[in-house]
Design a protein around this ligand. Structure first.
Ligand code: CAA
Ligand code: NAD
Length: 341
């Protein structure tokens, strides 16, 4: 390991080992597509609970219904969801998703494909060990700048100097997160923003700060292609490309039900059938996680004070805050704008 510590801010552009922090919705997906690309993956979380496997196969598809009390006039309806949608546990999410990918990529050897991918993933709660010999760190923990900065500040001291650091933040400033690290590391630091569900969504935004080296940027751009994704480049601005447009749209949809303009269900139907979106805004809010959406909005309210984003577009609506307070976070908790129990 010591031999891999470089004296200057050089980057290891030959990425073979990836460490993913956070075994939630996004971290699980990032670990999975990395393992599918034959990279050796270490998946690290703070709790064993987030890492263990409990999968018992494709059983019990549930149904869900909109919560009328939450949405004033929402009609009750049911639709089928798959058990994978409501799981929070990293390896559970991965096992089910890989099996799904295997059915398409290797229909003749689903079991073998699944086992090969899973064999590329090890899990740990030992943060120091997780980065002692890694080429790339991708962070996908809670959307909180202090917690992210604390983690990266610690990792900076423990990881080889050549290791690239990347954050999957939805909305926070990559520059501000990177500032928790040394100047040399800041050259090896960028944003790598994946989309949910990671195994299915093709896009990755690669975000370059003023300090990100060209070599770091190029290495990340290439590795995302190896992971089967299509990279786009973006400046370090609030929400990058997709979320800058998508989050204000979802927040306005919540304001529409607060005003009584239409029901959640009708808004979802309208956006799917009238605008061609694969999910309506309430389905998407539940899919993304209401806590994550509120963290994004709260962070941007702060940014609005400096004029970085318009305050009226990003102020979190009361209905969103109420649901988060009750722990109704969307699919991952079993209930959000819709009920998945
Ligand atoms: N693992 C592996 N594969 C998956 C998967 C998963 N978890 N979920 C879906 N897929 C694959 C399916 O196997 C299927 O593949 P093929 O077309 O090759 O057969 C394909 O994706 C479509 O899946 P389904 O047929 O099961 O269902 P669908 O057509 O309803 O699509 C969906 C599901 C892809 C999730 C679609 O509803 C969709 O695109 N929804 C919008 C998702 C979205 O907008 N995501 C971005 C959220 S914002 C974000 O992520 C940024 C942020 O920072 C908050
Ligand atoms: P999640 O709540 O599903 O998972 C977060 C995981 O991080 C949890 O398992 C938690 O135990 C773990 N964690 C918290 N602190 C940690 C630490 N110090 N070290 C290791 N693990 C830690 O959240 P998520 O939806 O996967 O979001 C993760 C990140 O990805 C956030 O920054 C979010 O904004 C971003 N993101 C989310 C989405 C989405 O649709 N949910 C899409 C793109 C990006």
């Amino acid at each position: 390991v010591a031999a891999r510590h470089l004296s200057t801010s050089q980057v290891n552009s030959d990425v073979n080992r990836v460490t993913v922090f956070g075994a939630g919705l996004m971290g699980a997906g990032i670990a999975q597509i990395s393992a599918q690309a034959n990279l050796k993956v270490t998946l690290c979380d703070v709790t064993d609970k987030a890492l263990e496997v409990e999968w018992s196969g494709w059983t019990n598809p549930g149904s869900c219904s909109p919560l009328s009390s939450r949405t004033r006039q929402a009609k009750v309806t049911t639709r089928k969801i798959k058990p994978t949608d409501i799981d929070r546990n990293g390896l559970n999410i991965i096992s089910k998703s890989v099996a799904r990918v295997a059915k398409k990529k290797a229909p003749e050897d689903v079991e073998g494909f699944t086992q090969r991918v899973l064999a590329n993933i090890e899990t740990t709660t030992d943060t120091e060990k997780a980065v002692s010999n890694t080429d790339l760190v991708v962070e996908a923990i809670i959307e909180n700048i202090k917690i992210k900065r604390d983690l990266f500040g610690y990792l900076d001291k423990k990881a080889p100097a050549s290791t690239i650091f990347a954050s999957n933040t939805s909305s926070l400033s990559i520059t501000e997160i990177a500032e928790a690290c040394s100047d040399a590391r800041q050259a090896n630091f960028a944003g790598l923003h994946f989309f949910n569900p990671v195994p299915a969504m093709k896009l990755v935004e690669v975000i370059k700060t003023d300090k990100t080296s060209e070599e770091t940027f190029k290495t990340l751009y290439e590795i995302t292609k190896k992971m089967g994704k299509v990279p786009v480049s973006c400046r370090d601005t609030p929400g990058f490309i997709v979320n800058r447009l998508l989050v204000p749209y979802m927040l306005e949809a919540i304001r529409m039900i607060e005003r009584g303009d239409a029901t959640a269900e009708d808004i979802d139907t309208a956006m799917k059938l009238g605008a061609g979106y694969p999910m309506g805004p309430f389905e998407l809010l539940d899919f993304v996680g209401l806590d994550t959406t509120q963290y994004i909005a709260d962070g941007w309210v702060e940014k609005a004070k400096d004029g970085a984003v318009p305050l009226e577009l990003v102020t979190p609506p009361q209905v969103l805050k109420d649901l988060v307070k009750k722990g109704e976070l969307g699919r991952k908790s079993g209930k959000g704008f819709y009920d998945y129990s």
